[in-house]
Design a protein around this ligand. Structure first.
Ligand SMILES: Cc1ncc(COP(=O)(O)O)c(C=O)c1O
Length: 394
């Protein structure tokens, strides 16, 4: 008798990227496929010192169960930082939930908001992890096109005017994964205004905002409307293995999310939260960490972009991102980048074909290159290999 699974698993895709990581473990493979932060960015000496101090000075509390919405020291830091970032008061109680990475925030929001058939607005390409979280609850995706200035909010406005009523609108406004795009100020303001006008909920996912290496920081969508759940994480700026992120949102939404989190895991790791809270409490620590790591990503992004331009010329098109970890590109002479990936892997370089990030998964001529984990010289070699693969496809 075959195993019987819930009908909600029917459309659930496996992450093409995780499947690909198997290939990238092959000897001598240069991977532009993953999205891992560079290990050089992890502040290991500071983490080690605080871990020792925590276990010594705090005693058993650091390994005890703790509150579902997060330990108060961390929530206090989040409240202070977000009050400045959002330009409106964010309370320690009721508006903040510390999550097991932003990925859990996406899962919990999907759980408490989405019924089968509900409309969910997303860009395409979209962050695959968000699509996976949402897909389990069987929504109908309404795709709004994006460009180098983020989701085309003017198209969303037209569809709302025509009667579209989404349960949630998912956006990644800073250095989007995979497109690298940053949403313009006007579109952020327009999106917030639409949320207020139509009484909608926006989920603003911002894991990369602190990794800005060009241009001026823009205010979050959540600074223009309270109908926004704002997601952040320590994954890219400290280290992802702690699995600590957080969400800030309207108390009514957060109270349902807190109940869903109780059901999911009771709370996020007490030890990881206290460790991060203590590190953040050191004056100037985060600014110094950013000053140390942002130039690493800038240098790598430029190394990759320069090499692609020099080596492939008009056989590739892309916009240079202002931050983050991803360069999104188009190959005007190639119909399907899955075929290019096959040739590239034979040459010893991996990337993710564009259709892995689309809702319909139709073959396309796009590709995501991550420059985060390779040194500039390795990025040069990776582009030589990629160029040989492009040559082979004619
Ligand atoms: C857009 C986006 N959202 C969320 C996440 C998940 O991050 P976390 O490690 O905080 O769960 C990622 C990770 O790559 C991401 O790219």
């Amino acid at each position: 008798m075959p195993y019987q699974f819930a009908s909600r698993t029917a459309g659930l895709r496996s992450s093409a990227i995780r499947d690909l990581l198997k290939v990238t473990e092959m000897a001598d493979m240069l991977s532009l496929a993953g999205g891992l932060p560079t290990p050089d960015s992890f502040p290991l000496p500071d983490l080690r010192r605080e871990a020792d101090r925590l276990l010594g000075e705090y005693g058993p509390r650091v390994v005890q169960y703790s509150a579902t919405d997060g330990v108060v020291e961390l929530r206090q830091w989040i409240a202070d930082t977000s009050t400045t970032q959002l330009g409106r008061p964010v309370a320690v109680e009721g508006q903040i939930i510390v999550t097991h990475g932003s990925q859990q925030a996406l899962d919990l929001l999907a759980k408490v908001l989405v019924d089968p058939g509900d409309v969910v607005v997303s860009e395409s390409p979209a962050y695959l992890g968000a699509v996976q979280s949402l897909e389990l609850f069987q929504p109908r995706f309404e795709v709004i096109p994006g460009d180098e200035h983020g989701m085309q909010v003017e198209v969303l406005a037209e569809r709302l005017a025509a009667g579209l009523r989404p349960k949630l609108i998912y956006v990644v406004p800073n250095f989007h994964n995979p497109s690298g795009a940053t949403m313009s100020l006007e579109r952020r303001q327009q999106l917030a205004a639409l949320a207020d006008q139509y009484e909608l909920l926006v989920v603003e996912d911002d894991p990369y905002g602190a990794i800005r290496f060009a241009g001026e920081a823009l205010p979050p969508v959540a600074s223009f409307s309270e109908r926004v759940v704002h997601l952040s994480t320590f994954s890219k700026i400290v280290a992802p293995g702690f699995r600590v992120g957080w969400m800030i949102g309207p108390p009514e939404v957060m109270s349902w999310v807190a109940r869903a989190k109780q059901a999911a895991d009771l709370h996020t790791s007490t030890f990881a939260q206290l460790l991060l809270a203590n590190v953040m409490a050191q004056p100037g620590w985060l600014d110094e960490q950013k000053a140390r790591i942002v130039p690493m990503y800038r240098e790598r992004c430029h190394a990759l972009a320069d090499a692609l331009e020099a080596s492939l010329g008009d056989r590739i098109r892309f916009h240079r991102p202002d931050g983050g970890m991803f360069l999104w590109s188009e190959f005007p002479q190639i119909a399907d980048t899955t075929a290019l990936l096959k040739a590239a892997v034979e040459e010893g370089v991996a990337f993710v074909p564009g259709n892995a990030f689309t809702i319909d998964q139709q073959p396309d001529n796009k590709a995501r290159f991550s420059y985060s984990t390779l040194a500039p010289t390795q990025l040069g070699v990776a582009v030589e290999r990629l160029t040989r693969a492009v040559d082979r496809l004619g």
